[in-house]
Design a protein around this ligand. Sequence first.
Ligand code: SF4
Length: 187
Amino acid sequence: MNIHRYYDVDIVNGPGTRCTLFVAGCEHQCRGCYNQSTWRLDSGVPFTLALEEQLIADLNDRRIPRQGLSLSGGDPLHPHNVPHIRRLVKRVRRECPGKDIWLWTGYTMAELSADQRAVVAEIDVLIDGRFIEAERDARLLWRGSRNQTIWYLRQPQGEHTEQHTAQRHADQGDPQCPGGESAMQHQ
Ligand code: SF4
């Protein structure tokens, strides 16, 4: 699996302070995608064991407490990425107690294969669906277009109030993720 960016401290892509990984590979080709450079599976750089170890250590670093891990791209549920992401999320579950895992995919929940569902079984929140330009709404949080759904699989939705999150975005200004608004697209 290749990745494009890893942020060890991120307050844009999901609630709280997080670690965020943008993977390579996406087959959805949404019109208006800000992340086209991530579409090819061979774009970016390899996700190494050393980086995986760093990610686990960052999540457990008490000096900068992280709420959890965000997985985006590209598409973490691209079939090529699924075995790698499954291994990673299982490891985070096992070695990083108390950390939540958010994942953005262009597939809808109904489209997921058994292998993709095995990943979803390990995470806390799934944001699904392609980015549809005609459905775009800049007021949405964690999503780029209205067709996308936030599935709170383990946590009550009330823990992530939109007002609280909107204020953080306003405070921070520009997102620090690649493509700026891209983090809110298929996401
Ligand atoms: S918006 Fe997301 S799902 Fe759609 S093509 Fe771009 S990276 Fe893929």
